[in-house]
Design a protein around this ligand. Structure first.
Ligand code: FES
Ligand code: FES
Length: 169
């Protein structure tokens, strides 16, 4: 086995080259080689959701994905959620509504919720619970998390309607 794998991929919108030991998981490559420590190390068994990232727009558990399988793919981590110097509505809502306490689970919840809202901008509470069912939180309680996702939907709607009315003037 070669000592280093070398791949090119897109991380948070930036074309990125990275070399790493070929046995590493995507989680390890992100944290150790790309120094993106927002994605958290939890169980490393696919059971807690702390390591969730988006791979080509779909949530995956990065502890279960090999880095060598990510060449040419597009990864979004929690560091990539803010844009134009503005937090994502989900990030604002989690902070405002107390949906994060220690915050260890939060990156996984945020990226998983983003994938849900990208696909279903107006999910029901049931769809939110279902989409987030693979993410575990030991300290906040899930009610605040579900409410924060719903608040983010309302904020996104009002940002969109402000943008629409500006573009009409
Ligand atoms: S660290 Fe990947 S699911 Fe727990
Ligand atoms: S906020 Fe602490 S584990 Fe979820």
């Amino acid at each position: 086995m070669p000592q280093h794998a070398h791949i090119t991929l897109t991380v948070n919108g930036e074309p990125t080259d990275v070399a790493f030991a070929p046995y590493k998981t995507l989680l390890e490559v992100l944290r150790e080689d790309l120094i993106l420590a927002g994605t958290k190390h939890g169980c490393e068994l696919g059971e807690c959701g702390a390591c969730a990232v988006l791979l080509d727009g779909q949530p995956v558990l990065s502890c279960l994905v090999l880095g060598v399988d990510c060449g040419g793919r597009e990864i979004t981590t929690v560091e990539g959620l803010a844009s134009d110097g503005r937090l994502h509505p989900l990030q604002d809502a989690f902070a405002d509504l107390g949906a994060a306490q220690c915050g260890y689970c939060t990156p996984g919840f945020l990226v998983t919720a983003k994938a849900l809202l990208d696909e279903h901008p107006h999910p029901t509470r049931h769809q939110i619970r279902d989409a987030l069912s693979g993410c575990l939180c030991r300290c906040t309680g899930y009610q605040q998390i579900f409410e924060a996702v719903e608040a983010a939907i309302a904020t996104s709607d009002s940002r969109l309607s402000t943008t629409d009315s500006r573009s009409r003037t």
